[in-house]
Design a protein around this ligand. Structure first.
Ligand SMILES: *Cc1c(COP(=O)(O)O)cnc(C)c1O
Length: 396
C-alpha cells in the first residue's frame, strides 16, 4: 500500500499541472527521429528534434554502432575509473580535443551529466557563480549541487554582469568566482556575447564556463560558439553534447590538461556511473570526421533555418531574435500555444509547444528545429500548415 502523504501530493500536483495546461503528454515514436517521424501509425513533418545535421540516422554512424556492438558488446561493464574505459573512449576524447583546439577532453554519459560533474568538482560553498538567468536547467542544477552562491544576471545583459562581478569581487566574500553561460540559448536561439563575457572575466578574475550544447555542429565550422568568436584558448570550461548535432548521446568537457585530469580524479559521474557503451562512442568518432569534412551539411542546416524563418515571418508570426537555426514562433499565452501545437499536429506537423517552466510565464512558443535532413518541400508543407492554423486561430 502506498503512503497517503505521497498519493495526496501526487494527485494534487498532477491535477494542478493538468488544469493549467502545463502537463506534457509524451508520444512515443515508431522508428527513427528523422525529418519525418511516425506516431501511432501516422507520419509527421518533424520540427522538434535536436538532430541538427541529420546524423542520428546517418548510415555511416549506424554502421560504426553495429561494428562496435560486435566487438565490445552491448555495455561497457564498469565505471571509467575501474575498468569501464574502453580504447574508443580515449580515441573519442583525443578527437574531440583536436576538434575543439584544447589540450584535453573528458567524456560523460550526457550533457546534463557534464554540468552535474564539472561545476561541483571545482566550485564549493566558499565560491560564487554568476549565471545567465536563461541558462539551461542542467546548469542551474549543477550550480545548486556545488553549494556555491548563485548570482543570476539578466539575460545577456553585460552591464548587469559587470556590476555583479565587480560587487562579488569587491565583497571579499568568495574564494573563487565563475561565470557560466549557454553558448547558444536553446529557447530563443540567440548567441551569448562571449567576447564581452571574456573581457569582464579578465577584469574581475572569473573562471569561464560555456555550455555549447546547441553551438556544436552548428557554429564555428562545427566546433561551436567559442571557436566562432576565435576564443578557443580563452575559455576554461567548454561543455559540449554528443546528443544534439553529433546525433548520438553523451557530453564532454574540453579544457586544459590539468582541469581534465582533475575532473577524471574528482567528478562524481566519472567515478560512480557506468561509462557510455562503445556503440554510442564509435559513431560519435565518425560524426566528428563527417562534420570536419562536410561543410555542406552545416550549409544545408542554415539554409533550411533561413527558409523556415523567412516563411514564418512573411506569414506575420513573431519569431523572436534567433541568430541560429532554432526558430521559435512566439504565441505568448500558454493555452493558445498548446492549442496551436495540437492543431499543427492534427495537420501533420510535429512542433512542440514550449511553455512555463521551460520558458518564462507568458512566453509560450512553438519551437521549430529545422535540420540538414529536411527537404525544402517538407518545410514548405509545414509553412502552409502554419498559415492554415494561424488564420484559423486568428493569430495572423
Ligand atoms: C540539451 C542541453 C544539455 C543536455 O545535454 P544532453 O546531452 O541531452 O544531456 C545541457 N546543456 C545545454 C545548454 C543543453 O541545451
Amino acid at each position: 500500500m502506498s503512503s497517503k502523504q505521497l498519493t495526496d501530493f501526487l494527485s494534487e500536483n498532477l491535477n494542478e499541472l493538468k488544469s493549467k495546461g502545463l502537463y506534457n503528454v509524451i508520444d512515443p515514436l515508431q522508428g527513427a527521429n528523422g525529418p519525418v517521424i511516425t506516431i501511432a501509425g501516422k507520419e509527421y513533418i518533424n520540427l522538434s528534434s535536436n538532430n541538427y545535421l541529420g546524423l542520428a540516422t546517418d548510415a555511416r554512424l549506424i554502421q560504426a554502432a553495429v561494428e562496435a556492438v560486435n566487438v565490445y558488446g552491448a555495455g561497457a561493464g564498469a565505471v571509467r575509473t575501474i575498468n569501464g574505459t574502453l580504447d574508443v573512449h580515449v580515441q573519442l576524447e583525443e578527437k574531440l580535443a583536436e576538434f575543439k583546439k584544447t589540450e584535453a577532453v573528458v567524456v560523460y554519459q550526457s550533457g546534463f551529466n557534464c554540468n552535474m560533474a564539472a561545476i561541483s568538482a571545482v566550485m564549493d560553498q566558499n565560491d560564487a557563480i554568476l549565471s545567465d538567468e536563461l541558462n539551461h536547467a542542467s546548469i542551474i542544477e549543477g550550480c545548486r549541487l556545488s553549494k556555491a552562491k548563485i548570482i543570476r544576471y539578466s539575460h545577456s545583459d553585460m552591464d548587469d554582469l559587470r556590476i555583479k562581478a565587480k560587487a562579488a569581487k569587491e565583497s571579499g566574500l568568495y574564494k573563487k568566482l565563475m561565470v557560466i553561460t549557454d553558448g547558444v540559448f536553446s529557447m530563443d536561439g540567440d548567441i551569448a556575447k562571449l567576447p564581452e563575457i571574456i573581457d569582464i572575466a579578465a577584469e574581475y578574475d572569473l573562471i569561464t564556463y560555456v555550455d555549447d550544447a546547441h553551438g556544436s555542429g552548428v557554429l564555428g565550422s562545427g566546433a561551436g560558439t567559442v571557436k566562432h568568436f576565435g576564443l578557443s584558448d580563452q575559455v576554461d570550461f567548454q561543455i559540449g553534447t554528443l546528443s544534439k548535432a553529433i546525433g548520438v548521446v553523451g557530453g564532454y568537457v574540453a579544457g586544459k590538461r590539468e582541469l581534465i585530469d582533475w575532473l577524471k580524479a574528482r567528478s562524481k559521474p566519472f567515478l560512480f556511473s557506468t561509462s557510455l557503451p562503445a556503440a554510442a562512442v564509435a559513431p560519435c568518432i565518425v560524426a566528428i570526421d563527417i562534420i570536419k569534412t562536410s561543410p555542406d551539411l552545416m550549409g544545408r542546416l542554415w539554409g533550411n533555418g533561413n527558409l523556415l524563418k523567412k516563411g514564418l515571418q512573411d506569414l506575420g508570426f513573431d519569431i523572436g531574435k534567433s541568430e541560429t537555426p532554432i526558430t521559435p514562433c512566439i504565441i505568448a499565452d500558454e493555452k493558445m500555444t498548446q492549442l496551436f501545437s495540437k492543431r499543427l499536429y492534427e495537420e501533420g506537423v510535429y512542433a512542440k509547444a514550449i511553455v512555463f517552466p521551460t520558458v518564462p510565464k507568458g512566453g509560450g512558443r512553438i519551437r521549430n528545429m529545422p535540420t540538414a535532413a529536411h527537404t525544402p518541400l517538407m518545410l514548405e508543407k509545414a509553412l502552409s500548415v502554419y498559415e492554415k492554423v494561424g488564420k484559423e486561430l486568428k493569430l495572423i
